[in-house]
Design a protein around this ligand. Sequence first.
Ligand code: IDP
Ligand code: MG
Length: 140
Amino acid sequence: MSVEKTLSIIKPDATKRNLTGLINTKFEKAGLRIIAQKRLQLTRSMAEKFYEVHKDRPFYNDLVDFMISGPVVVQVLEGDNAVKLNRDVMGATNPEDAEEGTVRKEFAESIEANSVHGSDSLENAQKEISFFFANIELVT
Ligand code: IDP
Ligand code: MG
C-alpha cells in the first residue's frame, strides 16, 4: 500500500443541499484524511480549464455551466491508495449505476449533478491538486 493524495470536489448540487459534512463523513469513515479544503465560486474560465480533457464531449458546455452554478468545496484527500479508494467511495459517474452506500448513490441528482469529482489517476491527481492548491496549503 502506498500513501497517496487525490483531488476531490464537492459539486454545486451538494453544497446547495448543505451536504458537505455528510460527504466528508463518508471520506473520513473510509480512511481518507482531508488535508486541505476550501470553498470557492469557480469562474467560467477555471471550470473550462479544469475540465479541458472533456472539451469535445457533448456535455462539456452544460458541465461547465453546472460547475459554476454555485459554490464548490475543493479538497485534498490523503490515505492508502487514496485515488482508487476515493473513486470507490464516490461510486459510478451515473448514480443509477452506483453501488449502495456510495456518495453518488446516496446523494447524486443525475449523471451531471453527481455531487463529487475525484481524480482518476495518480498523475491527474498531482495535476489537479496543483491546479487549486499550493504545497504550503497541504497539511499532513
Ligand atoms: P467522473 O466524474 O466519474 O470521473 P467523467 O467521465 O470524468 O466522470 O465526467 C466528468 C463529469 O462530467 C461527470 O462527473 C459528470 O458531472 C459529467 N458527465 C459525464 N458524463 C456525462 C453525460 O453523459 N451527461 C452529462 N454529464 C456528464
Ligand atoms: Mg473524471
